[in-house]
Every structure is written in C-alpha cells, then in structure tokens.
Ligand binder design. Structure first.
Ligand SMILES: *Cc1c(COP(=O)(O)O)cnc(C)c1O
Length: 228
C-alpha cells in the first residue's frame, strides 16, 4: 500500500534530476498520473501522496472512477482515442482532452461543453512517428488544426500531445521529441498562446524533458505494471 507513494517520491526525484540536467526549473514540468487499468483505491493513494492530475484512456472506466473520487482540486485528463460517440461524456466530465486530432471532434467537444463549466482544456495530438496505426494528426496539419481549435468558444487550446512509437535509442528519442518541440514553438510563434507540450512516459521522460516537455504522462512508474 505504501508502494504508490514511494513510487511517486522516486518519480519526483527522477523528474527533478532530469530538469537539473538540462537546466530547467522543476516548476516547468507537471506530472500527469495515468491511472488506466488501476482501481479507485490506487488513485486515492496517489491523491493522499499529493498527486492532483490524472489521465485516463477508457471512457467507461474513467467515468466510474470520476464518480467515486472527491472532485475538489483534482484534474482529469482524457488521453485515449476520441470517437464521436464519446465527446459528450468527455465534455461533461473532464477538465482536459489531450487527444484531439480532428476538427469534427473539437467542434463537438465545444458544442457539448456545459455552460456552467470553464472551457475544456485541449491539446492537439500529433502523430510524430508517422505510424498509420496510431492516432494523431500529421505534423504538417497541426498548425491549421490548432488555429481552428483556438477559435472554438468552449475550448481552450493549451498545446500539443504526442505518443511516439516506443524508442530504445536515446538519440532517436531526442530527435523525435526535438521535432515535436520545434513544431510546438512554430505554432506558439504563429501567435497562439499555448503553454503545454505533453510528451514523455515512464521509459522516456528524460529525453522528453530535455526537449521541452511541460507535462509527462506516467503510468507504470507510479502504479506498476498494468494487468491486461
Ligand atoms: C498508458 C499511457 C501512458 C502511460 O504509459 P506508461 O508507459 O505506463 O508510463 C501515457 N500516455 C498515454 C497516452 C497512455 O496511453
């Protein structure tokens, strides 16, 4: 039971070390705990250990957890593929949608975001590894999609998200995250006020932080191996 809080402590040290190595302030990198496949009690343990932002991939599983966990001070991020039939529940229950990769989905999220809630925070997901099997828009299409999303009244464009193909080679990881960061900077310099580059998971967070990630999404290193 003490494991999750110990894992979080170790992970925070790892993030601090990665920040120090590349001369970044610790406050420039946020930690998203990816709790997919883990139960409410695991999330509660992470909350008790000070974690406040959680990421979920599967809508039904996420809604059950969100309903059972006190909402105050907690931010829920949807990070899984978004089909049209999921947009309403995401717009009604989440604080962030990080996996927006087409305008049709963004429009639905904006239309369905309830008036009593603040605008839904959105990242545009980019397919940096250009794999046909993964979701995410093509890098070349990301600037136009970002500008279109930024116009939607009930969304707040926050930045980019990417899930690179698993990389074993550090140099290649840095190239991939470097290309993503260059795209992020290009979009920022085109006049959009964005502040979030969501990149880096349990195995590659150092390379992501070295290349400008502002939000690492970590599951395994906090909760352990997922049962399938
Ligand atoms: C599962 C998942 C993660 C966490 O991956 P770990 O390797 O367990 O840290 C991060 N981001 C997304 C989009 C995921 O689906």
């Amino acid at each position: 039971m003490a494991l999750i809080s110990a894992n979080l402590a170790t992970l925070r040290l790892r993030i601090a070390e990665a920040c120090k190595t590349c001369g970044r302030g610790l406050e420039t990198v946020r930690l998203l705990a990816v709790s997919k496949n883990f139960r409410v009690d695991a999330v509660m343990q992470a909350i008790a250990a000070g974690q406040r932002e959680f990421g979920e991939n599967y809508l039904q599983e996420a809604l059950e957890k969100i309903a059972q966990i006190p909402r105050a001070g907690i931010q829920w991020h949807f990070i899984g593929p978004i089909q049209s039939n999921k947009t309403r529940a995401i717009a009604e229950n989440f604080d962030w949608a990080q996996s927006v990769d087409r305008l049709r989905i963004a429009r639905r999220l904006s239309e369905q975001r309830p008036e009593h809630l603040p605008p839904l925070n959105v990242c545009v997901q980019v397919n940096v590894s250009a794999e046909s099997s993964k979701s995410g828009c093509a890098a070349a299409d990301a600037p136009d999609l970002c500008h279109a999303v930024a116009q939607l009244p009930r969304l707040k464009l926050r930045g980019l998200m990417a899930i690179p193909a698993p990389i074993t080679d550090t140099a290649e990881a840095r190239r991939t995250f470097g290309a993503l960061h260059a795209l992020y900077e290009k979009i920022r310099q085109s006049g959009l006020e964005i502040d979030t580059l969501s990149a880096g998971m349990s195995d590659d967070l150092e390379a992501a932080i070295a290349k400008g990630s502002t939000l690492v999404r970590i599951g395994t290193a906090i909760f352990g191996k997922r049962e399938t």
